[in-house]
Design a protein around this ligand. Structure first.
Ligand code: PLP
Length: 405
């Protein structure tokens, strides 16, 4: 079946709107994706028809809401091939998930232990580890990258030692699009007895990581980058690890028994889910995953690759334009600069023409420092984008270049 992008676009109400008098060209998908109507409707449906708190009520509405929420957890477990549904912890998103793991490890790490991160991490995957090192006396080490935006794995080999307790790498770089060889990274860490957390926020909208096949210890992602709502995401952890980590927050829902002398914690996943969660968000996340699977990730990925190649070729024809992140393994993200022009100015002008792109350091200042630039212009594509939109974008960039040089 051919990938019918015009038909798919009708699922996304926002794609019909205009910005500054021009049809919206939304190329900021790495920041957040747009939402299909079926996802939006599922949120309205929850609040309209079966809004109730979950897990606590014997009444019918509470049962319905609980079933829908737990059904979403089951869907997510199946989608990523986790072993158990209770290994999927609902969180408010990637940042929250990472902080939960970092906080848990503050009880398990000691002075002199080592944590390895990569040179291309999002700030949300750097700062929590720095805070953890401050707290525990552990040492942070960094896998360097090369000019193409690939991690230098031979350097990783030399950083790994018996002192390594944790390795944190993003599956896909949000600034460069590089798809990191996480299977190899995980295998090597395990040989030294270290645990691995993968930040998949930028990966799960493009392909399906298989948690069991990867043998990953922790994997985190956000619904809003996969056509789901904001404010919900997951922390996947192997049950052995989740049982070992202390709970993150105290409160309702996460306890088995409470007295003033001692509280015993609930079993997984509730141990990590204190308080009332984002119920509608969790349910809608499940709907978003169903939607993406109906389109098919193979088709999504090959179509996005087509868009990536089409845009890359045309951009490279613009004189003075340099693309950052030229790995042969990358998602549909293009970071670039035009010689002598500030990225912010390009972003402002193309917005006037209806084109939404991102400019700046993309929460990855170390990458910008590596290339000795203040920031880049970043265009990131999704399966609902078209070649015609890329033509409008290229034309807008060319116009900006003429106005600014
Ligand atoms: C978006 C993103 C994050 C942060 O996700 P939030 O949903 O804002 O918590 C972390 N890492 C990467 C690679 C991202 O793209």
């Amino acid at each position: 079946m051919a990938f019918d992008v015009q038909k798919i676009r009708l699922d996304f109400p926002i794609l019909q709107r205009k910005v500054n008098g021009y049809p919206l060209v939304y190329f900021d998908n790495a920041a957040t994706s747009q939402k299909p109507k079926i996802v939006i409707d599922s949120i309205v449906d929850y609040y309209t028809n079966y809004n109730a708190n979950i897990h606590r009520g014997v009444h019918s509405l509470s049962q319905e809401a609980t079933d829908a929420y737990e059904n979403a957890r089951e869907k997510i477990k199946n989608h990523f091939n986790a072993t158990h549904a209770h290994e999927i912890i609902f969180t408010s998103g990637t940042t929250h998930s990472i902080n939960m793991v970092a906080s848990g490890f503050s009880k398990l790490l000691h002075k002199g232990d080592e944590i390895i991160v990569s040179a291309m991490e999002h700030h949300s995957n750097i700062v929590p580890w720095q805070m953890l090192c401050e707290k525990t006396g552990a040492i942070l080490k960094v896998i360097p990258m090369n000019e193409d935006g690939n991690l230098i794995l031979s350097e990783y080999d030399t950083l790994l030692s018996e002192n390594t307790k944790l390795v944190f790498v993003n599956h896909v770089s949000n600034a460069l699009g590089t798809i990191n060889p996480i299977k190899e990274i995980i295998e090597k860490a395990h040989k030294k007895g270290a645990a691995v957390l993968i930040d998949g926020a930028q990966a799960t909208s493009h392909f399906i990581p298989d948690f069991q096949e990867l043998d990953v210890d922790f994997y985190v992602t956000s619904a809003h980058k996969m056509c789901g709502p904001t404010g919900v995401g997951i922390l996947y952890g192997k049950s052995d690890w989740l049982n070992k980590l202390p709970p993150y927050q105290g409160g309702g829902e996460m306890i088995k028994e409470v007295t003033f002398e001692k509280t015993t914690y609930a079993d997984l996943p509730h141990k990590f889910e204190a308080g009332t969660p984002n119920i509608a968000g969790g349910i809608a996340f499940g709907v978003a995953i169903d939607y993406l699977n109906l389109l098919g990730f193979n088709d999504i990925q090959s179509y996005e690759n087509e868009l990536l190649n089409y845009a890359t070729e045309q951009l490279l024809e613009i004189e003075g334009l340099r693309i950052y992140g030229t790995s042969s393994e990358k998602t549909a993200v293009i970071s670039f600069n035009i010689e002598g022009i500030h990225p912010y100015d390009i972003g402002t002008i193309v917005d006037k023409l209806g084109v939404a792109i991102r400019t700046g350091h993309h929460c990855t200042q170390p990458i910008m420092d590596f290339y000795k630039i203040p920031g880049t212009v970043r265009a990131s594509f999704a399966f609902y984008n078209t070649k015609k939109e890329i033509d409008s974008f290229i034309e807008a960039v060319k116009k900006a270049k003429i106005m600014l040089s």
